[in-house]
Structure formats: C-alpha cells, structure tokens
Design a protein around this ligand. Sequence first.
Ligand code: 5RP
Length: 236
Amino acid sequence: MTGELSPIDKAKFAAAKRSVEFIEDGMKVGLGTGSTAAWMVRCLGERVRNERLRIKGVPTSARTAVLARDVGISVISLDEAKWLDVTIDGADEFDGAFNLIKGGGGAHLQEKIVATASDRMIVITDASKEVETLGAFPLPIEVIPFGWQTSKALVEELLISMDVMGRETTLRMNGDVPFISDEGNHIIDLHLNRIGNARQLSMALNQIPGVVENGLFIDICDTVVIGYGDGRVETR
Ligand code: 5RP
C-alpha cells in the first residue's frame, strides 16, 4: 500500500495505521479529509476487507466519499447515521490542549459538523504540526459567495478590534479562480501568526454575517495519534 514514502508520509501513514485499531465491528465512523485521513481510510478499508468489519463511514468531503467506497467501506450520510462512535481526521496544527486548526484542505465545515456529532475525535498527525500556540498556519474561514468581500472586510475589522497580531486575509484560489468548497462556498485564509484566545476568536468569527464556519476546533478532539518518520507512534 505504501511503496517508497517520504519521511513525512511515513509518519502520516504510521499514525493512520495505528488509529484504525480504535475501530470495532459495528461502529459508525466519521472519515476525515486530507492526505493523513486518506491513509486512514485505506487502512480502515483493509481491515473491513480482511476482517469483514461491518462498519458505516460518514465522509467529510466528496473526495473522501469516493476513496471510502473504492476501498470497500460502506458509506452513509450523517443524517442517516445521526450520531457516530468516533471521527478520525488530520489537522494542520494542534496545541497542548488538543485544540486545532483545520481546513487546509478546505473541508473544515463538514469536518467540524461530523466531529461534533461523534462520541470522540481522534486526530492523526505527524509531529511537525504540534505548536505551543495556534496561528502560524493560516486560519481558514468559509464564507458564502454572496457579498464575500463585505464579510472579508468585517473579519478584518474584527481582527483589529481584537488586537490580533497578523491581519492579512487572502481569498483562497484554485489557479486563476476562487477555490470552491463542497458546499459551494469560498475560503478566506487569515494569516494571524499567533492566536491569543482561540475560543473567543472562533465565537466572534462565526457571528459575522456570511461566515459559515471557521477552522478552529476547540474542545472537540480528545486523542492525538502522532506518527514519526521512523515508524514510531505516540498516542496522547
Ligand atoms: C482538511 C483538513 C486536513 O485534515 C488538514 O489540512 C491536514 O491535511 P493533511 O493530512 O493532508 O496534512 O483539515 O480540511
């Protein structure tokens, strides 16, 4: 399954492989998005095929849904599942309290809904994503296309009023055109450097008209599985 991998991909694979050991027969599982989550979906598919596990997967993006079906995982919607035993997903940053920045792949809206509807959220990651304070990775916010420039201006005003360090905001692009999320929205990336009060910022951002969701996951993740390039894994 792995072929020749770079150290970072070996680390992601190691974390992904370990994380699927948490899955038991009959579970309903949220399936994250991104390169680490894709390894997890492949590893889970292998268990489903080898052990005939009867699990149901709820994907957090169209691309994860395609991969899950490809590897033999039975896919249902969140509304069919209603509540999940566990969600396993990657992250762009995590801190000592297991608060996260997600959305580097533009899927944080569905990812947050699915993770919040789960008994637990397991994050799988390589060690480079651990930070003292969140914010070096650009914080994504999903905005509806209608009036997005107004929403962006309101976000910039908020950042000034909250005295946030970095205030640059950029519309995420896909080549020459704006990136479009699975929900048909745009993503604005906030280059903040350091987020002093992530909980307060998250709540304030979601009050802005046009903002659908931001990439801060506060008090949602309870377990982090960290993979290393030499194949070691640490679970916290
Ligand atoms: C997608 C995400 C991803 O989990 C995050 O970007 C990490 O991606 P990768 O595993 O490829 O490093 O939040 O919206």
